[in-house]
Design a protein. Sequence first.
Length: 418
Amino acid sequence: MNSLRPIDSYLTEEMARRSGHAKLVICDQVRHVLADRFATSLRAIVLTGSLARDEATFIPGASGVKLLGDADFFIVFQDRSPLPPASLALARAKEAEANVQAAGVEASISFAMVYGGYFKRLPHHISAYELGSNGLVIWGEQEILSLIPSFGAAAISLEDAWRLLANRIIEQFEMMSGERYQSDKRHELLQYRAAKLYLDMATSYLVFTGNYRPTYQAREEALRLASGSASAASSAPFSLVDFASRVSECTRFKMSGAPMACSAQELIESALFHSRLLWVWELQHLSRRPDVSDPAELMALWMGRQTMRARIRGLASLLRRAGWSERAHYGIRWLRLSRRASPRYWVYRGAAELLFSLGESSQAGVNETAPLTRDWKHAARLLPVTGLDSLGEGPAEWRSLARAVASNYHRFLESTSA
């Protein structure tokens, strides 16, 4: 019998009140900063992500409450109005952050400046489904989200779900490679990042099993139900009871900001363990090779299935985002690597190198977050921009590779689906 309790029972009226007030403050200040300056050219302001779903994490802050994660907005302009440059979008976001902080709320705010046509072209991805289901228009044309093509949860791309897993793994290693991780392993940001990895592992897994839901609470419930099913348990890559229990704990933390029972270190090690199992299982599905269990072989098989069109698109995206000196220095190597896979897949391969080296160190009796020595420079050479000057030879140099992987991810992959 499943003893996990519904997530709603853990939420307090006080936390809900504080979270609701903070959301109002953020939205009011964003409207103020943008509508005053762009009123004649704006079409709509849309809040997306966990804050739109009332699932954001707030904790006590220096002057009130603090939002863990970002408050993400789409700023939709009229078709004939020029889009502001990225520098201006960043300046307006910083202005909103300052106003919000003056009102007692600490929050990182990001603006994506788009035209309405952006929504029309959204592919069958998780983010598009959640935006259509839970996006919140806080100013302007209330029907703007109806531009998103309608599709059911069953149509969500499996590759997109796998990419979500890969992206969160990269962000986890980025956090682990920082000085703060070494000096304060109980910091709330470390715990938050590990919890996010668990929540998006749940998202990715549920897409693959056809049980995806568009909110954290609904996904937590779907996993609790699946953990009591013998058929679901038999086909899962790990113990569903253990995985669902962790996801429930992380959902409580995400929704209420309440401290978790385990340490950040314990949560990270558990998350990496489940990530390895899920990575292999999903690549077996994607490559249609359930008989293969070696992660390197599975990654090679999956890279080999990528179309020429996808590889060219990825290379073109990389060239647009790289500087002239980088194009001159790396251009020939990029062409050679793109014959096998897109830059995205090579960055993910670097993340997999880190993920599974940690697994080998654990099996050898070494601490989970102190991987065995690898040829990190070889792994770095497969990244679009290597950063080899910062890589040494010792076992601690995995952190330099982690930072190089994260840098490539943020620069070349984060803002595109290529």
